[in-house]
Design a protein around this ligand. Sequence first.
Ligand SMILES: [Zn+2]
Length: 285
Amino acid sequence: MFERYTEKARRVIFFSRYEASHYGSPEIDTEHLLLGLIREHKTLYRWLPKTDLKTIRQRVDEHSPMRMSIPTNVDLPLSGDARRVLKYAADEADRLSYRNIGTEHLFLGLLDEEGCFAAMLLREGGADAANIRLELVEIAKQQSMPGIHKSIGGPGYGAASGGTIEIHGVPRNAERIREAVQRCRMYNYHWDKRSWTNVDIVIARRTGKVSFNLRLADDTENFDLVKGGWKKDHCFVCRWELFESPNETDHGTGYTNGHDWLCTECYTKFWERPDFFSSSYSDIT
Ligand SMILES: [Zn+2]
């Protein structure tokens, strides 16, 4: 269950078990995870400008019923809330393209389980999930993801699949790229080189939802035609942004099958070289 956890994150689980025993709780709950988390990773306080360990500990003391401590060698289960927190932490790591689950993701996982006591304490402390995610995306970029991916380990990730490929100068997880290329190849599409231009769309007046079906615009009572209203797409493989830009050809030109887009780099690197992933993996480091 904890194969993807960083060492620090594993220690958080260990400490939260200790905290639960200390409070005599029959299970590890979210507040124990929180105490374990800030005990293990003190720099996380930067995300809690309005509180400190003493205050959080005090709030947990007030919240917890008086019980006899449980010996630490008793194996306590995770509560339902705590289990969901771990699931959300894994989701956060995936969404932010981290292979490993770290203390930051556990922090976000606690916030995601909105109704739990720990999330309330974090909100009281001034935690802001959106800002934290932005910071983590930046960190991932600066450390250029492979640094994070290198410590993968665990089953299912062989040496080759744990490697990275450079796209647009940024190392990317080779396994994920390979999967995306494979999905591209599932159908016999013809990919056509084209400049990206803004696309007309139709917007439903009542819901604000967007459609590419321009025939809906005939129904002028319910739909508005917005000329050039769709202003960008992403490369299907690497998520590189494509938009109308006659000067920046790497953003302004791509290959399309009429539905999806590939950036020029992914097209030439992967699509034009069908043996890319089956060959020597020479580009994968
Ligand atoms: Zn691409």
